[in-house]
Design a protein around this ligand. Sequence first.
Ligand code: FRU
Length: 480
Amino acid sequence: KLYHEQYRPQVHFSPQEKWTNDPNGMVYYKGNYHLFFQYYPKATVWGPMHWGHAVSKDMIHWKQLPIALYPDKLGYIFSGSVVVDEKNTSGLGTKDHPAMVAIFTHHDPVGEKNGTVNYQNESLAYSLDEGKTWTKYKSNPVLKNPGIKDFRDPKVFWYAPGKKWLMSLAVKDRIAFYSSPNLKNWKKESEFGQMIGAHGGVWECPDLMPLKLNGKDYWVLLVSINPGGTNGGSATQYFVGQFDGSKFTPVSTKTKWIDFGPDDYAGVTWGNTGNRKVFLGWMGNWLYANQVPTVKWRNAMTIPRELSLEELGSDVYLASNPVKELKNITAKTIKLNAKDLANGNNIFSVIKQNLGQYRLKFKTDQLANYSIVLGNESGEKLIIGFDKKNNHYYLNRTNAGRNDFSKIFTGVAYAPRIDITPSSDLELIVDQSSIEFFADGGLSNLTGVFFPKKPYTRLSILSNGMELKDVEITPLKSIW
Ligand code: FRU
């Protein structure tokens, strides 16, 4: 049966076979959420990049379509975005039949090998049949490399107040903003980031978007970084600020992370969804993504997450939480009481079923130490919890299962608690080989993959007497 191999995600998108990394070209159009993805159709390791393609009505159930973009003489097809050119500014479609336009990085492997620096350039491709087939623009590239090795991952949106397209581009240790009237001619507006944020690696995959908080307009800039992530390797930081159509100005200089876990990278949001901003990340880390022990495919995407802002003290933070569409696959919720959970009872024995994929939630008035343990009879276990003394959440996969494939896979990831109230809540999304932890309404998150030799058949919560309220577990039905 397709999509049911060992470790195959049942509630997350993964390609039917072979390699994927970043989500690309996410855009909503005519009832479909499009997802393109960095794809190498010939192997389960990274290689000459294509854009794979999948569509969904709800961002939960996916149908994989034929490959959208193949490498060509200008190079591999690296990450980028897709817009719907409603006003036909590009002339690539018509006003009645607007083109979907992909703006992506052409990465020339020959130039790279020959030691040149200008081997990454931005190019266009367009579709006149709602994304089914794609034609590369004849005068590619449209934005030429000015002589900087890392010059990639264009994310474009229509900036209505200025009647122009805006592109965020990752340029080595900063983000450059460009604008264009027609997607073909680009003018540099400004740069951001050289003196702010984390800088232990190269900046990649930016995304700039407006978000409201209590009626006030803010702009959020997502920036992935690799290496130099908060728990090693790849991770995604964000900045909250103002954008005047040309320049981004942050409201604070603090380094913030959308997810502190090891496996949420290169995430960006869907375009064309109005005020709603939904994020999807790649559930992988460049430290070991090429080695994880799956056979038919390698790597998957996170659960789509709705973004919102929250004010804490004098600063503004980004919260991310599973989208409400998750309800399309929820089975009946089971409520658990203190007796069910006492002594770290195995919840699966209380509810009399072993769940492969589920959602777990609870609240507490006075947050204290707790740990949630997923495990099996072979003694493999994954622990996620809160450490009051250090005021941080943690994800410990030291003994979670297979780790023979990489020396750097095991260990503990920490997420500082950001919320300042005594009460707390948590939501967990557990799949066959991944856990996503959203604490305090999505302010402190941890995402990680795991590979037990045998499926986890135990789930228990140890809360040391701390009162847990509204504890509920919801089985999730497979999307495949
Ligand atoms: C991020 C990234 C991008 C690049 C792509 C190549 O994971 O390195 O910067 O476009 O992957 O596959």
